[in-house]
Design a protein around this ligand. Structure first.
Ligand SMILES: Cc1cc2c(cc1C)N(C[C@H](O)[C@H](O)[C@H](O)COP(=O)(O)O)c1[nH]c(=O)[nH]c(=O)c1N2
Length: 210
């Protein structure tokens, strides 16, 4: 039996407050095994029917990493074209990935064909496979912050292209591309808030009572 005391709860709350999406990384490498340990923690996450549908690809190959950076640049240029005026000008100033600086690249997929879990919980909601993978990424994000490691989620990518670059099985659905490394700075506010793109709103705005 494990009990969590008030001190732990306070620290846990601080972990939620100080977890950040990190786009600016220091160049020093991660300790040996750091990404593997984060993956092990992620595997403790809840998953529909205990299906553990997460699939991780540690991307070390320089040519593949370069191809991902090129895909990001193309997708980000397309994204910029969707805005106009002042919004476009502001979008152009945002730093939306740390792909070129991060020592670690980690792609995360959901295996849509796995039999693990025997389909429990997925019959009416097959998308629970992807939800399970996102739950694992969130756990990894927090565990990384507790280790002083920053994690940045990059979704400004073409999933088909990432699939081809990483040469993974057809049944794997692309969920996330994560940059991993030591952050240049710590902050308790989202970078998009600091850049005046958007601000964090309180729970009241998102809660209905019936
Ligand atoms: C599914 C998904 C996808 C993305 C993100 C997050 C999530 C959950 N975020 C990070 C996002 O901008 C960030 O979480 C919010 O701005 C809030 O900041 P903190 O995470 O609290 O620092 C993100 N950030 C970024 O710079 N480039 C990106 O492509 C993405 N994509």
């Amino acid at each position: 039996m494990v009990e969590f005391d008030d001190t732990f709860r306070r620290h846990l709350h601080e972990l939620f407050v100080w977890r950040r999406d990190v786009r600016r990384f220091r160049s020093d490498p991660l300790p040996e095994g750091a990404i593997d340990r984060l993956i092990e923690t992620a595997c403790l996450s809840p998953s529909v029917g205990l299906s553990q549908p997460w699939r991780f690809v540690v991307v070390d190959d320089a040519a593949r990493r370069r191809a991902v950076v090129e895909d990001f640049r193309a997708c980000n240029a397309d994204a910029l074209d969707c805005y106009s005026g002042e919004r476009a000008a502001r979008y152009a100033t945002l730093k939306l990935s740390g792909l070129e600086q991060a020592p670690g690249h980690l792609a995360v997929f959901a295996d849509k064909a796995s039999d693990i879990g025997h389909g429990l919980g997925r019959a009416t909601m097959p998308e629970t496979t992807e939800y399970s993978v996102v739950a694992a990424i969130t756990a990894m994000w927090l565990a990384a912050r507790a280790d002083g490691i920053g994690l940045g989620w990059v979704s400004i990518l073409n999933p088909d292209r990432i699939h081809a670059i990483l040469d993974v099985p057809a049944s794997w659905k692309f969920i996330a591309y994560l940059c991993v490394g030591y952050p240049e700075a710590e902050c308790d506010r989202p970078e998009l808030e600091q850049a005046k793109w958007e601000h964090r709103r309180g729970a009241d705005e998102f809660t209905l009572r019936r």
